[in-house]
Write a protein that binds this ligand. Structure first.
Ligand code: DGY
Length: 322
């Protein structure tokens, strides 16, 4: 009997591919960049499992193109806003993601962006390379310290919680958070954190870090009005999903110094970047690489592969999306 077909929409770390290749017929998309819908439809035809990336839009048309034998879509990401869950449910297709294994990588990257923006690391690097350093100056490229400042966390899940922990324990930051109106007793006790309203978070924070999933409710969670409520010295960090922030409003807030700076890893229209962002010196950008550590990407590959192995072996997935 032929081995089940597993399609992998981009080359992922060997750790995961090897697990799949031991058991299945595996087809890996060989080129760079994401596939156009028509190409993706052809690519998934006949698969029992699809290992998809966050930039593959897996909707009803893709699931239908795969065929009735499709059992699982294993997303190579913790976020799964690229997948039409209702369409998958109707077809009884299991969806899995990769929670937990990238928490540390994304949390550390959020702190890195916070520090890079606060201490103007990228701007200083450009300044130095341009040969503009002419001697020590008392007020050259002044930034802000994290120590003792207030960090507002939007979304206190695994990643938001780890950012809170690093910030409180490492920098003595005061943590306030908004988590759907919930209060997290454990965090309150362990870190002296405090659940607050969105309004209080926006007005009282020196740093704001976003860790919410992208849903209809969180799209443009931060827009013109929210920027206007923020502290003039505030630094905004986003490693969640781009559309959570209205990018035009972000560009305006940074250009007009309504807030002091920002560090963003995700973009509203990625991979396209809103043009106005490119010339801003008080903005640090990374190309959706918050989880890009060897440790996290290997573990994500293994977890996605193990989810496929479990489901095609007739067992329950390790990390289903409910
Ligand atoms: C995810 O897994 O959803 C992250 O965005 C990857 O960086």
């Amino acid at each position: 009997m032929d081995k089940p077909l597993v399609v992998v929409t981009r080359k992922i770390p060997e750790a995961g591919l090897k697990l799949l290749e031991e058991k299945f017929q595996v087809k890996v998309y060989a080129r760079d960049g994401s596939m156009k819908p028509e190409e993706l439809k052809k690519f998934v035809k006949g698969a029992q499992a699809i290992l998809a990336l966050l930039n593959d839009k897996v909707d009803e048309s893709i699931l239908a193109a795969a065929g009735l034998q499709l059992k699982i879509v294993a997303n190579y990401a913790v976020g799964y806003d690229n997948i039409d869950l209702a369409a998958a449910k109707k077809r009884k297709i299991i969806i899995t993601n990769t929670p937990g294994v990238l928490t540390e990588a994304v949390a550390e990257h959020s702190i890195a962006l916070m520090m890079a923006a606060a201490r103007r690391v990228v701007e200083s690097d450009k300044f130095t390379r341009a040969g503009r350093y002419e001697g020590w100056e008392p007020e050259l490229l002044l930034g802000y310290e994290l120590q003792g400042k207030t960090l507002g966390i939007m979304g206190l899940g695994r990643i938001g919680g780890r950012v809170a922990e690093i910030a409180a324990k490492g920098f003595g930051m005061k943590i306030i958070y908004y988590d759907n109106g919930n209060s997290n007793k454990e965090m309150n006790t362990a870190l002296g954190a405090e659940a607050v309203s969105v309004r209080k978070l926006l007005t009282a924070s020196d740093f704001i870090s976003i860790h919410v999933p992208l849903t209809a409710q969180t799209k443009h969670l931060i827009g013109k009005r929210e920027f206007e409520s923020m502290n003039k010295n505030a630094i905004l960090v986003n490693t969640s999903r781009g559309p959570v922030i209205d990018e035009k409003a972000l560009a305006f807030a940074l250009a007009k110094k309504i807030i002091a700076g920002a560090g963003i890893d995700v973009f509203e229209f990625e991979p396209k970047i809103t043009r106005e962002l490119l010339k801003l010196e008080n903005l640090v950008m990374t190309p959706h690489t918050a989880s890009a550590t060897v440790e996290a990407r290997n573990a994500m590959a293994e977890l996605a592969a193990k989810n496929i192995i479990a489901v095609l072996g007739g067992r329950a997935p390790l990390t289903p999306v409910k």
